[in-house]
Design a binder for this molecule. Structure first.
Ligand code: AMP
Length: 494
């Protein structure tokens, strides 16, 4: 299953062949949308999309990007978190799959952006649980695309550039002999086609303000119409050089009704969005640096995700890869098709493919009150498990406090806090206790941390999710934090 920011898709493996499953309307993609109506009904997918224009405040977009946050939408007695929304969309996909296959569907492989955080991954697994689905595996979207592209080729290195509605994922992948080997992955979890739409919305809002003296920023219904028109214009500009934007009766101004009548050229659109395009550059440069590859090492470039169809994106990638002509496939359904190969591997149906995926961020703990000591370096192939021994900072330290972080900075405070664990210690001089810390990144890239006092055998363990992150953030803000003592590398001389 590909639970996308804007649209979702499901694929199934039948006799070794991939089929995309049509939804009740016969389409191969389903809007990832849920809506709450004034009558207290909850609408899902196409039904939610049909009324989005008249009910924009209660048809939240991009719920996927809100997974792992405290976001929720409430109307009357109904209250939905991002996890609930994801659960409802996944339940609909499951129903469509069951209708198509004529049998119950209980297990799924789900694709996630490579840059998805651990808490977002854990939230999606729970959402699938709400939809009655057991998640066999989470697969990173670019890895899924590589699986669909086909590992049965001569050894080659492929750059996969996946720009969807809300996220950008870039991976450098080695293919050959049935193996998909992720060499490096990077991305921007806040950059997608929707950002290009918003630029057009801002541009048109400004035009209306200047021409008609009407401020549309607080007008929900007008903004929603602008958004839909903006997306359509963006898509049209991938093929045409100019596009008309006509929105009659957009609002009422001091001089009567405001009708929007604008033409947008591709050139204007590209000027409005130049900085967004520039942001696509960083992850491409980073995967090359991380994998210690040069441009000459890239054999092929694959562009995928709807927003990568913008001509400016193709031009940028051509420039960044020394003029290589990108292959724009194997869309549609690339992500879902790749995910289903992974399902086939797990169930034994696919025997001649292997996926070796890599972690997008380093995992470490704070030592010596401020420094990050890495346990798992970014771009390590997972599943992976690393242990290291640490010790105490001060004499008779009553507890060992483990501040677990994710990120590349040396200054722990500037990385993302994942958890804080506390382990009680018997009195001992500093440097004596042997405290083993284990970071276990499982096949779904979900992280389990264990801290164990080798002297007493006492241990405490946690699986990183939103709750551990929120608890840790609250502790870091509280005054109790100042009194707690962390760990030091066991190799440190006191
Ligand atoms: P995906 O999640 O891969 O389906 O990508 C969805 C995003 O791609 C949305 O922002 C769409 O507006 C955008 N999109 C789809 N088709 C095109 C196109 N032909 N040109 C530009 N953007 C597109």
């Amino acid at each position: 299953m590909d639970f996308g920011t804007t649209n979702s898709a499901v694929a199934v493996l039948e006799g070794g062949e991939v089929s995309l499953i049509p939804n009740a309307q016969g389409a191969h993609t389903t809007p990832s949308l849920v809506a709450l109506t004034a009558e207290g009904d909850v609408l899902v997918d196409t039904a939610a999309e049909r009324q989005a224009l008249t009910n924009p405040g209660y048809t939240p977009r991009a719920a996927k990007l809100k997974l792992g946050t405290g976001w929720r939408v409430t109307r009357g007695d109904i209250r939905l978190t991002a996890e609930d929304v994801a659960g409802l969309v996944l339940a609909r996909l499951r129903q469509d799959a069951e209708a198509y296959l004529g049998c119950p569907v209980t297990d799924a492989v789900l694709a996630v952006p490579a840059g998805f955080r651990r808490d977002q991954r854990a939230a999606l697994v729970r959402a699938a649980g709400q939809a009655g689905l057991n998640v066999l595996r989470l697969i990173n979207e670019p890895s899924a695309v590589a699986m669909a592209y086909g590992p049965h080729r001569d050894d080659c290195t492929v750059l996969i550039f996946d720009l969807g509605g809300g996220t950008l994922d870039v991976s450098l992948i080695g293919l050959g002999d049935g193996v998909v080997y992720v060499k490096a992955t990077a991305g921007d979890s806040r950059l997608g086609g929707d950002d290009w739409d918003l630029r057009i919305v801002e541009h048109l809002t400004e035009r209306v303000r200047r021409r008609h003296g009407v401020d549309l920023t607080g007008d929900f219904a007008a903004t929603q119409r602008l958004r839909e028109a903006a997306e359509a214009a963006k898509i049209e500009l991938s093929a045409a050089h100019t596009t008309p934007l006509r929105l009659p009766y957009l609002a009422i101004g001091p001089d009567g009704p405001v009708h929007l009548e604008e033409d947008l050229t591709r050139e204007e659109f590209e000027t409005l969005t130049r900085d967004l395009l520039e942001r696509c550059r960083t992850p491409v440069e980073r995967v090359l640096a991380d994998a210690e590859h040069t441009l000459a090492d890239i054999d092929r470039v694959v562009l995928t995700g709807g927003a990568a169809r913008m001509p400016a994106v193709g031009d940028l990638i051509r420039r960044l890869t020394d003029g290589r002509e990108p292959y724009r496939g194997p869309i549609p359904g690339a992500v879902a098709s790749g995910a289903v190969f992974q399902a086939g591997i797990l169930t034994g149906e696919v025997k001649d493919m292997t996926l070796l995926d890599a972690t997008p961020y380093s995992i470490g703990i704070e030592t010596n009150e401020g420094t990050t000591t890495k346990l798992i370096e970014r771009n390590t192939t997972f599943p992976t498990k690393r242990s290291e021994i640490f010790t105490t900072h001060t004499d008779h330290q009553p507890t060992a406090v483990l501040h677990v972080v994710e990120g590349e900075r040396e200054d722990a405070a500037r990385n993302r806090t994942l958890a804080v664990l506390e382990l009680a210690l018997p009195p001992a001089p500093r440097g004596v206790p042997q405290i083993e810390v284990t970071a276990d990144c499982d096949a779904n890239s979900i992280l389990h941390i264990t801290v164990r006092d080798l002297g007493t055998g006492n241990e405490t363990a946690v699986t990183i999710d939103q709750a551990t992150m929120e608890r840790a953030a609250a502790l870091l803000r509280s005054s109790r934090w100042a009194g707690l003592r962390g760990l030091a590398p066991a190799t440190q001389a006191f």
